[in-house]
Design a protein around this ligand. Structure first.
Ligand code: KG4
Ligand code: ZN
Length: 341
């Protein structure tokens, strides 16, 4: 007789997406509902935490109901609730955590708190059934840039991280500076198609004491200085060239540090995750660099790169199987570190 499948209801509300999903046995996504608040935050040029929390409260019940309906299931069939409890915006996280605790209490369903970055990494398991730890993963999102050794399900070692801005944050800030608006990543990627990535030589920061750490604030300043210089000299700015050259500088550094880690740790498998991982130039660059080294390369579809609850359901499944359970004292932890319990 086949074993009963484990069904997880997952909730994600750490930033500006209100999301819920139903995931079976950690690999099958039965539903993945995302209410994106991007349009609401656009006029402010970035996420406004107060607005994000308020919208999460407004939308979360409907998003969860839709996730259950689309998966043709109900709370009586759910084995555990997975919820992002950090890192992220505290007010936004609290909405998801409070909701998950309320359902857990009312329906006596086990609760599993999930680290948001762990969720991003686990997004790779959804479409790659052969992917199993150990592997190396680069998580590049709006809030994080982490090079991680995935030693086992739920066991991580951070090899490198950003010293200042996250990669996605750099995309967003540069996009704003060149008048493209929020969110910057997809807009920079699009306009770059018409630009020359070698037009402007922007810096690629190297960190002396850790070859796996990143720094993007110098690159951002270099772009701003370049724009100011053009303005002072009354030289017209070719936005597509600035975007393409900036994108190339970011991806070059991400690829170079990742390949250093692959060589040092003799990794056979490498994955990318997070919003920036949907960037085509980054994917193609990583693919090529991995192929040259005989390393298998994995990446999630764009919908599983940016924030979603399916990835949280996958992470919750492996944690649940490892015996992790949280109580009703689970709290939002805005600066939660990966690997902390
Ligand atoms: O993972 P995510 O949805 O949220 C966080 O956990 O931060 O990532 C959002 C970030 C934003 O900074 C956005 O500009 C960036 O991912 N992003 C991209 C692309 N799509 C989203 N960056 C570069 N190229 C893209 N295509
Ligand atoms: Zn994220």
């Amino acid at each position: 007789m086949s074993e009963k499948k484990i069904k997880i209801l997952a909730i994600e509300s750490s930033c500006d997406e209100t999301a819920a999903a139903v995931v079976e046995d950690g690999r099958t996504v039965c539903s993945n509902i995302i209410y994106s608040q991007i349009a609401l935050h656009m006029e402010y040029g970035g996420v406004v935490p107060e607005i994000a929390s308020r919208k999460h409260i407004e939308k979360i019940n409907r998003v969860i109901r839709t996730a259950l309906n689309e998966a043709e299931t109900n709370l009586d069939e759910i084995d555990a609730i997975g919820v992002t409890y950090g890192p992220g915006l505290v007010g936004a996280l609290l909405v998801g955590v409070a909701e998950a605790k309320a359902i857990s209490y009312a329906k006596k369903i086990p609760l599993v708190g999930v680290h948001h970055i762990e969720g991003h990494i686990c997004a790779n398991y959804i479409e790659n059934p052969t992917l199993k730890p150990p592997f190396l993963c680069l998580v590049v999102s709006g809030g994080h840039t982490h090079l991680v050794r995935v030693k086992d399900y739920g066991t991580y070692e951070i090899l490198g991280r950003t010293r200042d801005d996250a990669a996605g944050e750099a995309f967003d800030k540069v996009a704003r500076a060149i008048g493209l608006g929020y969110p910057g990543g997809p807009k920079i990627e699009k306009i770059s198609q018409e630009g020359n990535p070698n037009a402007i030589s922007f810096p690629r920061a190297k960190i002396a004491d850790n070859p796996y750490d990143f720094s993007f604030s110098g690159l951002k300043s270099a772009v701003l200085n370049y724009l100011n210089g053009c303005r002072m000299k009354e030289i017209p700015v070719v936005t597509a060239d600035v975007a393409a050259s900036f994108q190339k500088a970011v991806t070059d550094v991400l690829i170079s540090n990742a390949m250093k880690a692959i060589e040092e740790y003799k990794a056979e498998k490498f994955a990318i995750a997070g919003g920036v991982a949907s960037n085509r130039i980054l994917r193609e660059g990583m693919q090529k660099a991995c192929r040259e080294r005989g390393v298998e390369f994995f990446y999630p579809s764009p919908v599983f790169c940016t924030d979603n609850a399916a990835m949280i359901g996958v992470a919750a499944y492996f944690d649940f199987k490892n015996g992790k359970r949280d109580g009703l004292d689970l709290n939002a932890v805005p600066n939660l570190r990966l690997g902390e319990r």
